[in-house]
Design a protein around this ligand. Structure first.
Ligand code: NAD
Ligand code: DAU
Length: 348
């Protein structure tokens, strides 16, 4: 297998590559293509380059650059695509949607066109998507694979658009696609703009913990490694043309999650004698169009492919807090932007 992983220097892409090489003893070749936006950090994979050089290649490229991407498909005889690359942060999409339209829609279209023109060499195009395409739930109910799309933010609308394109390329051109729509991920290497790493790092630093609105919005949390195992299962055994929901059956109100993080950090005593981290919680202005509740029904994936999440939220959050405490160097370099300088020296 020559697998093109797009966005492999981001949060989930990094974990996926590490999962394939460290946990799965992957036998093929991984070609990681990432344009290295603010969210892409190739330092995440330095040890992978050192230890698995014969199985792993990194190329800095923009998925919107058709010529370059086509060259990569040909040079590396790509037969499998696992497409993570995206602009992923909802708040950024509200302030500046342009890049979301370019990367998430045009970039995906680009990869589909290149794949269509090489259909004979391609055995799978797997598209990574989100539960946010389904919109917001009320108190009850779940998102199923056939729930109608009703995206609320420019981010989720751009992901919905890319899902439709991927599906259309199966229906019209018989491209061997699969799609997965996953709930909120957390774990190591997540950029500290997202709720969990932001709260961990602010709490450690004694800074305010900004909770949007009344804090009662619900997200369905999944440890990133469980997302990676689901994606790998779908790539290997998922049925062409099918969509699979991925989720951990773990609904939590934001405020409850932030309190859990506070309790764990209080126990570590990194802020000894300064009171509980909960004192830092501050309710702030709500996100415009803030979806109230997400909840994934992942029965199809469980029943048809035998997948299940292995990490409980208690263990997962503990592990994540510990990872951020133990990787101060990564945190400092990401927060100070030092990794950007390193990228300039390595790749320019
Ligand atoms: P991320 O923002 O951490 O990483 C995105 C990566 O894509 C970065 O490395 C970035 O440099 C790269 N990228 C962006 N634009 C690019 C371009 N034009 N060309 C090449 N590379 C580009 O995102 P993430 O959280 O790892 O999410 C990965 C995928 O999973 C996205 O498609 C996202 O929609 C989806 N997803 C994320 C979550 C979550 O909770 N984080 C949940 C469900 C689905
Ligand atoms: O559901 C899957 C989606 O999860 C992915 O598709 C997105 O790429 C990913 O970013 C994530 O989107 P969310 O908007 O749900 O994640 P975020 O971490 O930004 O916010 C989680 C919840 O916490 C949400 O209800 C907003 C709230 N929040 C977020 C931040 C950053 C706060 O209350 N305060 C904050 O400072």
């Amino acid at each position: 297998m020559n697998i093109l992983v797009t966005g492999g220097c981001g949060f989930i892409g990094t974990n996926f590559i590490r999962f394939l090489l460290n946990d799965k003893d992957f036998a093929g070749h991984i070609i990681n293509v990432d344009s290295l936006t603010y969210a892409g950090n190739p330092e995440n994979l330095v040890d992978i380059t050192d230890n698995f050089g014969e199985k792993y290649t990194f190329i800095q490229a923009d998925i919107c650059d058709q010529e370059h991407m086509a060259q990569i498909f040909d040079d590396h005889e790509i037969d499998t695509v696992c497409h993570f690359a995206a602009e992923s942060h909802v708040d950024r999409s509200i302030v500046a949607p342009d890049d979301f339209i370019q990367t998430n829609i045009v970039g995906t279209f680009n990869l589909l066109e290149i794949s269509r023109n090489r259909k004979n060499q391609l055995s799978r195009f797997h598209h990574i998507s989100t539960d946010e395409v389904y919109g917001s739930l009320g108190k009850d109910g779940f998102f199923y694979e056939n729930t109608p799309y009703q995206p609320s933010s420019p981010y989720s609308a751009s992901k919905a658009s890319s899902d439709h394109l991927v599906r259309a390329y199966h229906t019209t051109y018989n491209l061997p696609v699969t799609i997965s729509n996953c709930s909120n991920n957390y774990g190591p290497y997540q950029f500290p703009e997202k709720l969990i790493p932001l709260m961990i790092l602010n709490a450690i630093a004694g800074k305010s913990l900004p909770v949007y609105g009344d804090g009662k919005n619900i997200r369905d949390w999944l440890y990133v490694k469980d997302h990676c195992s689901a994606v790998w299962e779908i790539i290997q055994h998922g049925k062409e043309g099918e969509t699979y929901n991925i989720g951990g059956d773990c609904e939590l109100e934001n405020i409850r999650l932030v309190e859990m993080i506070c309790d764990i950090i209080d126990e570590t005593q990194v802020r000894r004698a300064t009171g509980s981290c909960k004192d830092l919680i501050t309710f702030v202005k709500d996100r415009p169009g803030h979806d109230r509740r997400y909840a994934i029904d992942a029965s199809k994936l469980k029943n048809e492919l035998g997948w299940s999440a292995k990490t409980t939220v208690e263990t997962g959050i503990q592990t994540t807090v510990r990872w951020y405490l133990e990787n101060k160097n990564w945190v400092n370099r990401v927060k100070s932007g030092a990794y950007r300088e390193w990228i300039k020296q390595q790749y320019k």
